[in-house]
Design a protein around this ligand. Structure first.
Ligand code: PAF
Length: 279
């Protein structure tokens, strides 16, 4: 992979990387489409990264169908290379001695609920950057905390990789596309619409001038409570700079309204990134 990346560079091609864990859906294709516009050569990586799953999470049942993924990316047509390493941890994750600490950006939102998750993400993204040496890397904004973390990782660790975010692709009723949606029962799928309604309620309130994070969170929770099957893990409004809760929503500043909800064992997330209007 590294030799290929070096050859691209030697031939004067700019390169884009779209890191994925497979289970390719229209959301991933939107990332590839964006990458196609940003660089001469597009690589999609597919690697189900074991170190970002906690022991009680869905590593074993995570969708894996490399042939189907490659078919979908091939049919889409905008991808030059699929990089699907069998392993990225040498003798196994247990033998790994050096990790990338995800730092302060992960003390809120998903961080405390998914211990070790962002350390795994930061470490694997570092490995992918080291191998693929992209000029630009494209990530979905559905995983907003991951997006802001990777942006800071690229700056703070001096990778110089431009990190570009792509808006969440949604089903007709608003449900954000996710590889995990396949786990939902018929009823859960119908009720999962509350996530997007909840973050849209936050967006509406902030755009209407609401300045109290507490009242925005209350509006988000009201939408989530419409589902009898939803078990809310968090509903928060944080600063997009620090990813920490804020005292007040300040006109002109951007905030992230985010939710995480369980339907049985399936954990779904959604968010809205909103700039508070100036009066
Ligand atoms: O967003 C994902 O699919 C994963 O977290 C990523 C960025 C590919 C790292 O494993």
């Amino acid at each position: 992979m590294r030799a290929h990346a070096d050859r691209c560079r030697a031939n004067g091609l700019t390169t884009a990387l779209v890191p994925t864990m497979g289970g390719v859906h229209a959301g991933h294709l939107a990332l590839a489409k964006k990458a196609r516009r940003l660089a001469d050569h597009v690589t999609v990586s597919i690697f189900v990264n074991p170190t970002q799953f906690a022991p009680d999470e869905d590593l074993e049942r995570y969708p894996r169908d490399l042939d189907a993924d490659v078919d979908k990316l091939g049919t889409f047509g905008g991808v030059d290379l699929v990089f699907a390493p069998f392993a990225l941890y040498g003798e196994g994750a247990a033998a790994q001695k050096v990790w990338v600490d995800s730092g302060e950006l992960t003390t809120h939102l998903c961080g405390p609920h998914r211990l070790g998750h962002f350390r795994g993400v930061a470490t694997v993204v570092t490995k992918l950057f080291a191998l693929c040496r992209p000029d630009v890397a494209v990530f979905g904004l559905k995983d907003a905390q991951q997006f802001f973390l990777v942006k800071k990782l690229s700056d703070d660790l001096l990778f110089g990789v431009r990190i570009v975010g792509v808006d969440t692709v949604r089903e007709r009723d608003g449900l954000a596309l996710s590889s995990r949606n396949v786990y939902l029962s018929f009823e859960e799928r119908a009720q999962a619409v509350v996530l997007s309604r909840s973050v849209e309620a936050a967006r509406r309130a902030i755009l209407k001038g609401e300045r109290s994070p507490g009242r925005v969170v209350a509006a988000m929770r009201r939408e989530l409570e419409r589902s009898a099957l939803a078990r809310v893990q968090y509903a928060e409004v944080v600063s997009t700079d620090t990813l920490a809760p804020i005292e007040a929503i300040v006109p002109g500043r951007q905030v992230l309204a985010a939710v995480a909800v369980f339907f049985s064992a399936t954990r779904l997330i959604d968010n809205a990134i909103v700039r508070a209007p100036r009066p």
